[in-house]
Design a protein around this ligand. Structure first.
Ligand SMILES: [Zn+2]
Length: 177
């Protein structure tokens, strides 16, 4: 399952797991929220228990570190896509991105949690800065996913924020559970 294939439903209804509600925020608040969640991720990955969990050898699900790597990549990808949508007059079409393949290729499990935490928070900050500068009609600029689904700068940001928040919830469930 690719990051592009699922979770579009979250734009229509709240998430039963992490409680995310796509329409709970004004669009001008999205940047600030994403910046804040980047900081929360940094704090979560920095906890000692996050590291000990990484070593318990359960590879059935992603560890907090792997989720962190994934989220960091997703933020960078969506930042790049948003820049394309803002720059081009004709909506760009995005190529597919396979998250499982990326997890193996980038060796998520072997990354340094402190570095991942820093990268994630700074990518989230960069994307938040970009969103803070979006105004008026630009929120409705479009991009087209490989399956034909159309996104706007605004819906992409609301969708992305769920990825970041949901996986933070996943990671915390493991650490606290
Ligand atoms: Zn969720």
């Amino acid at each position: 399952m690719g990051v592009d294939d699922d979770w579009t439903w979250v734009l229509e209804r709240p998430c039963d797991h992490c409680g995310y509600q796509a329409d709970a925020l004004e669009r001008d608040e999205l940047g600030g929220r994403i910046r804040g969640v980047g900081g929360a991720w940094r704090e979560t990955l920095g906890r000692g228990s996050a590291v000990s969990r990484l070593r318990d050898g359960d590879d059935r699900i992603w560890t907090p570190l792997q989720y962190g790597c994934h989220v960091s990549d997703v933020v960078k990808l969506f930042d790049e896509r948003t820049r394309q949508m803002l720059k081009k007059r004709k909506p760009p079409t995005f190529t597919d991105w396979d998250q499982e393949e990326e997890a193996v290729k980038s060796d998520y499990a072997k990354q340094d949690p402190a570095k991942v935490a820093y990268d994630l928070a700074s990518s989230a900050g960069k994307y938040a800065d970009l969103l803070d500068r979006v105004n008026g009609d630009e929120w409705q600029n479009e991009g087209i996913r490989s399956d034909g689904e159309r996104f706007t700068v605004e819906s992409l940001a609301r969708y992305m924020l769920h990825e970041v928040e949901h996986h933070l919830w996943d990671a915390r469930q493991q650490i606290d559970g």
